[in-house]
Design a protein around this ligand. Structure first.
Ligand code: NAP
Ligand code: ZN
Ligand code: ZN
Length: 352
C-alpha cells in the first residue's frame, strides 16, 4: 500500500477538503495511473451530498471523481496492454466479476457484482473505493481505456462518463441520419449528447431552461433550440421526435417531453433526479411511446466512443479549475452555471 493525496468530504454537509488515502500497490494485472485531469460530474455532487441515499447510500469519507485521464506510472507483472508513460483513462467502473452473462456480453455496466470507481465496496483494501479527485489510482487493466493522443486531455476526461452515458443510448436507439433527436438539459451530459447526435447525422433540437445557452447550443451542433419554459414553442414540436435524451439533474415534468415523441418514439432518462418523476399513462399509451433509462456503458463501448471522438475530434467544452475551487464549482453546477463541464487540473493537488 502507499499513501496518495486526495480531496474528500467527511459528511453530506461538509465541504471537500484535502486528505491522504491509501491505494494498493499494483500487482498482477493492475495499472497505476498518475491522474492529470478529472471531470466533475453531477453524480459526484449527488453522492457527496448523499442525495441518492435510498439507492446507493454514501459511505464517508467519500472521494468522488469518475472522469479520469492520466499517465501510467507503474504496471503489475502480468499487464500486457499498458506500460509506464502511456496515456490512460478510467471511467465509472473499475471491476466486475467477468463471468456473468452481462460481462460475457461486454455489458459490464449491468454486472450484479460490478465495482464502481467510488463509493463501492473495495475488494482489495476493504471499505469503499476512492475516485479521481486524487493524485493517482490503481485499476485492473481490463477497466483501463486508451485516449486518442491528439485530443485535448482536459476536454477528454469528461468523455469517460458524460461521453459514454450519452453515446451508449444513442447507439442503442439507433440515432442516425434522418432521425429527429431531442436533448433535454444543456449541462455536462447534455452538451455531449448534442455533439454525438450531430456527429451521428441526426436533426438535433436542444431543450433548455437557460435562454442564455441558445447560441452555444447551436455552436455545439443543435439545429434548433427551444426554451422549455415557453409552452408555445414546445407545442410546435408535439408528436414529432424519434428519440429524446433527458439529461436533467433535478425534478421536472417529463410528460411535457414524452408528448413530443412520435409513434413508437422513445425517451431515455440518463439524468437521475433524487425524487421519483410522475408519468402520465396516457402520454405513453396514445402513440405506443416508450420511456427507458440507461447507465453509462460497457468497457468495449467506452473504447468505441473514445475512438469515435478521436476520429471526429470530439471533446467536452471544459472550464479547467484547480482542485481548491471544487466547492465553488459544486455551487455553480447547482445553478447550471458551467460551460459545460468542470475539469480539475490535478497538478493543483501537488501543492497541498
Ligand atoms: N445515467 C447515468 O449513467 C448517468 C451518468 C452521469 C450522470 N448522470 C446524471 O445525469 C444528470 C445530469 O448530470 P450532469 O453532470 O450533466 O449535470 P449538469 O451539468 O448539472 O447538467 C444538468 C442540466 O439540467 C438542467 N437543469 C438543472 N436543473 C433543472 C431544473 N430544475 N429543471 C429543468 N432543468 C434543469 C440544466 O440545463 P439547462 O440549463 O439547459 O436547462 C443543467 O445544465 C445528473 O442527475 C447525474 O447524476 C447519470
Ligand atoms: Zn458521471
Ligand atoms: Zn458480471
Amino acid at each position: 500500500m502507499y499513501n496518495t493525496k486526495a480531496y474528500s468530504a467527511a459528511s453530506a454537509t461538509s465541504p471537500l477538503a484535502h486528505t491522504q488515502i491509501k491505494r494498493r500497490d499494483p500487482t498482477g494485472h493492475d495499472v497505476r495511473i498518475e491522474i492529470l485531469f478529472c471531470g466533475i460530474c453531477h453524480t459526484d455532487l449527488h453522492q457527496v451530498r448523499n442525495e441518492w441515499s435510498s439507492i446507493m447510500p454514501t459511505v464517508y469519507p467519500i472521494v468522488p471523481g469518475h472522469e479520469i485521464v492520466g499517465r501510467v506510472t507503474k504496471v503489475g507483472s502480468e499487464v500486457a496492454k499498458y506500460k509506464p508513460g502511456d496515456l490512460a483513462a478510467v471511467g465509472c467502473l473499475v471491476d466486475s466479476d467477468g463471468t456473468c452473462p452481462q460481462c460475457e456480453a461486454g455489458l459490464e455496466q449491468f454486472c450484479p457484482n460490478l465495482t464502481l470507481t467510488f463509493n463501492s465496496p473495495d475488494k482489495h483494501l476493504g471499505g469503499v473505493t476512492y475516485g479521481g479527485y486524487s493524485d493517482s489510482i490503481v485499476v485492473d487493466e481490463r477497466f483501463v481505456l486508451r485516449v486518442p493522443a491528439h485530443l485535448n486531455l482536459a476536454g477528454a476526461a469528461p468523455l469517460l462518463c458524460a461521453g459514454i452515458t450519452t453515446y451508449s443510448p444513442m447507439r442503442h436507439w439507433a440515432v442516425t441520419e434522418g432521425k429527429k433527436v431531442g436533448v433535454v438539459g444543456l449541462g455536462g451530459l447534455g452538451h455531449m449528447g448534442v455533439k454525438f447526435a450531430h456527429a451521428l447525422g441526426a436533426h438535433v433540437v436542444v431543450f433548455t431552461t437557460s435562454p442564455n445557452k441558445q447560441e452555444d447550443a447551436l455552436r455545439l451542433g443543435a439545429d434548433e433550440v427551444v426554451v422549455s419554459r415557453n409552452a408555445g414553442e414546445m407545442r410546435k414540436h408535439a408528436g414529432s421526435f424519434d428519440f429524446i435524451l433527458d439529461a436533467v439533474s433535478a425534478e421536472h415534468d417529463i410528460n411535457a417531453y414524452i408528448n413530443l415523441l412520435g409513434r413508437d418514439g422513445n425517451l431515455t432518462l440518463v439524468g437521475a433526479p433524487a425524487k421519483p418523476l410522475a408519468v402520465a399513462a396516457f402520454s405513453l399509451i396514445m402513440a405506443r411511446r416508450s420511456l427507458s433509462g440507461s447507465p453509462i456503458g460497457g468497457i468495449a463501448e467506452t473504447q468505441e466512443m473514445l475512438d469515435f471522438c478521436g476520429a471526429h475530434n470530439i471533446t467536452a467544452d471544459v472550464e479547467v479549475i484547480p482542485i481548491q475551487k471544487v466547492n465553488e464549482a459544486y455551487e455553480r453546477l447547482l445553478k447550471s452555471d458551467v460551460k459545460y463541464r468542470f475539469s480539475i487540473d490535478m497538478a493543483s493537488l501537488k501543492s497541498e
